[in-house]
Ligand binder design. Structure first.
Ligand code: CO
Length: 361
């Protein structure tokens, strides 16, 4: 058996998730790298111990009657949809084995192929590999979950009411987190149609409504994906004067999903207004943006869509597409107009634009 020196494995921060396991020396294809060791528990013991914890290091043995509660180096190995290792069981011992030659400095990964997860846990994958499934669940589990989700949608409850289907809102990431500054990765049509992404879209819609906001980009909930949702509801306009709505060319916009969006044309004509962002709560500034844009993207079914927008809708689109490129409005703002919402309401609200311009000298 071709094995390696355990001293060549080290744990450090990973681009995939938290910490990962790296090799300092090359590893040959087929090498037995490290055993997945830890306390052995029955399925029931593990369920009792970890019922309320989302992250565990449990590894099922055989048909899943026993699990190993990982407590060594191997438990740090992250999932990847295009892995360089696989796992194999020998006499109830689990080994991590090199699927190919691995170079010095590479992070070790294997495909978790998760199954039997909680229904509200989508086990989203951030591995970034080409052809990433978007989730750490295996193909069979994905199919099972899609079928189950359909059943739940169709089955009315005993008293005749349908099951309430609102997922709870996700927390919104604030400025300073690197996820807001990286270029998000594109989604494939296959990924868009996966249950993981479909459910993510639903959760983003719910989160945008709860905030409330008129747009939300996936990086704002910690997912570096080229995905954003937009909706400007009529009810948001009730507190705003007719004049202000007219000046901003602000009209209701129905719910829209933007995937892999690109601004393919923008007007030379620009407008400057105050805008804010859910990732910088409590602050606003004046931002100059194109008055109209044409955006090419995919919709939630993976179909190509062309959006032509003017006024406030065009501003929302530019703001959300900026998020997907790692840009925030503070990169484009008139810096001397930046301020807290509280002070805006106190000193600047309703004042003519000329006065706001005076903030700039
Ligand atoms: Co924003």
């Amino acid at each position: 058996m071709n094995s390696i020196d355990p001293a060549q494995l080290l744990i450090r921060k990973s681009g995939i998730h938290g910490c990962g396991c790296y090799t300092t020396d090359p590893i040959k294809e087929g090498s037995h790298i490290v055993e997945y060791t830890g306390t052995r528990l029955s399925k029931q013991q593990a369920d009792d111990l970890y019922s309320d914890r989302p992250d565990t290091y449990l590894f099922c043995i055989g048909e899943g009657e026993y699990v190993v509660d990982g407590d060594s180096v191997a438990a740090f190995i992250n999932h990847c949809c295009d892995p360089n290792c696989e796992t194999d069981e020998f006499d109830e011992h689990i080994w991590i084995i090199a699927l190919r030659d691995i170079a010095a400095g590479e992070e070790l990964t294997y495909d978790y192929n998760l199954y039997d997860g909680d229904d509200d846990d989508e086990a989203l994958c951030r591995c970034g590999a080409k052809g990433c499934r978007g989730t750490m669940y295996g193909e069979e589990e994905i199919e099972r979950r899609v079928k189950d989700a359909k059943k739940t949608e169709q089955a009315p409850e005993k008293d005749g009411k349908t099951t309430p289907s609102g997922p709870s809102p996700l927390s919104i990431i604030e400025v300073g987190d690197p996820v807001l500054r990286q270029t998000a990765r594109e989604l494939s049509v296959q990924e868009i149609r996966s249950s993981a992404i479909q459910s993510l879209i639903e959760k983003m819609r719910e989160t945008m409504h709860a905030a409330p906001g008129v747009g939300l980009a996936a990086p704002q909930i910690g997912q570096p994906l080229q995905l954003a949702v937009v909706e400007d509801r009529e009810q948001y306009h009730r507190e705003i004067s007719e004049d202000q709505l007219a000046a901003r060319e602000r009209k209701p916009v129905p719910f829209q999903v933007l995937i892999n969006p690109r601004v393919v044309w923008q007007s030379e004509d620009t407008r400057e207004f105050y805008e804010g962002c859910l990732s910088l709560p409590g602050y606003i500034a004046r931002v100059r943006r194109a008055r109209a844009v044409r955006v090419e993207c995919l919709d939630e079914k993976g179909n190509t869509k062309l959006i032509e927008a003017a006024g406030w809708h065009a501003r929302i689109l530019q703001h959300e597409i900026d998020h997907l490129q790692g840009n925030l409005y503070i990169d484009r703002m008139q810096t001397r107009t930046f301020g807290s919402l509280e002070n805006f309401n106190r000193f600047w609200k309703g004042k003519p634009a000329a006065e706001a311009v005076a903030q700039r000298r």
